[in-house]
Design a protein around this ligand. Structure first.
Ligand SMILES: [Zn+2]
Ligand SMILES: [Zn+2]
Length: 346
């Protein structure tokens, strides 16, 4: 079998490896599609402390159960599935709440465990026993299903925001995550969705999503424009889907009284401090929420939204690459030339 092995920043080699045999409690998965996440590109470009090369990354995985190890119950060979990324300890208060993504001992597929940029992979016993393998609804292709993970993360972020009818929702960052957020806000009933980005090229790709207003922040002042769009009141909900401290500061200035803000995208460690007038939060009763990865239940919600076509995967997927072309794919994602790019196994 072929695998794309990460050997450190800027280095991925396609290697021939023997087909692994699932041990007791494990499952062998034939990977069919694995989408490229912004995090994969960051690991490929700069490395990451939880990823020790040589390692196979990739966590937006769909495939077929090829072989089942001894003692595994509840799964059958030939089933079409996706993998929930976060594997929690199963015992802490967050795992007991069904939130393994915020378990202090969380281990993730594609980071700690080997990931999906390969033709076959072993699903570890800890993931199999915690129900991290979910069946794909029949009318969803493997390529479409590779969007389950990023969509589930957006659902996690938006569950705090209670988006409802007549809300204006601003999304800062028009990459694949920002576009998924915008679409999800529409599904929740938002009346007006505004998408902001600095790059004209990204805003052009984001036309596929059809939101109400696009703002190019390199040409006009986003705070001023959002206030104009909302009769001077500000938006009910603002989501930052970009690694920009300035976007977080501006989100606070765009908020309506009692607005809800999600700092969805993390900031680079060396630029993770922001400054703002804290009285804005106090007097306007603004709520600011975080979001990190997603849970099993949010994966299930994502699968159902994709299967019902309320979220149309095809609108988001602009590029497909073979495993051999992975570095080309990573570079195109990095340069903002794609919306969602997926590695599809031949
Ligand atoms: Zn992802
Ligand atoms: Zn836990």
């Amino acid at each position: 079998m072929k695998a794309a092995v990460y050997y450190g920043p800027g280095k991925i080699k396609i290697e021939e490896r023997p087909l692994p045999e699932p041990a007791k409690g494990e499952v062998l998965l034939e990977v069919k599609a694995c989408a490229i996440c912004g995090t994969d590109v960051r690991i490929y470009s700069f490395g990451q402390k939880n990823v020790k090369p040589p390692h196979i990354i990739g966590h937006e995985i769909s495939g077929i159960i090829k072989k089942i190890g001894g003692g595994v119950k509840g799964y059958k060979e030939g089933e079409r599935v996706v993998l929930v990324t976060s594997v929690g300890c199963g015992r802490c208060e967050f795992c007991l709440q069904g939130r393994p993504n915020i378990c202090p001992e969380v281990k993730a597929i594609g980071y700690f465990y080997s990931g999906g940029f390969t033709e076959y992979m072993i699903v570890p016993e800890e993931a199999v026993s915690k129900g991290n393998i979910l069946k794909i609804p029949e009318n969803l292709s493997f390529i479409e299903a590779s969007l389950t993970e990023p969509l589930s993360c957006c659902i996690n972020g938006q569950e705090y925001l209670n988006i409802s009818m007549a809300d204006t929702v601003v999304v800062i960052g028009a990459g694949p995550i920002g576009c998924l957020h915008a679409q999800l806000a529409k599904v929740s009933g938002a009346t007006k969705v505004i998408l902001i980005d600095l790059s004209e090229e990204r805003l052009k790709l984001a036309q596929r999503i059809e939101v109400d207003t696009y703002i190019n922040a390199s040409r006009e002042k986003p705070v001023k424009r959002v206030l104009e769009e909302t009769n001077g009141k500000g938006a009910e909900v603002i989501i930052t889907a970009c690694p920009s401290p300035q976007a977080q500061e501006e989100a606070l200035l765009m908020s309506k009284i009692r607005g809800r803000i999600s700092f969805f995208g993390g900031l680079p460690h060396e630029h993770s401090h922001i400054s703002f007038d804290s009285n804005i939060i106090h007097y306007k009763e603004i709520s600011v929420y975080g979001a990190f990865a997603s849970s099993h239940l949010q994966f299930k919600k994502a699968l159902s939204l994709l299967a019902s076509k309320k979220i149309e995967a095809k609108r988001f997927i602009t590029h497909k690459f073979s495993l051999k072309e992975i570095e080309k794919g990573m570079n195109m994602v990095k340069e903002g030339k794609t919306l969602k790019a997926v590695i599809v196994m031949e």
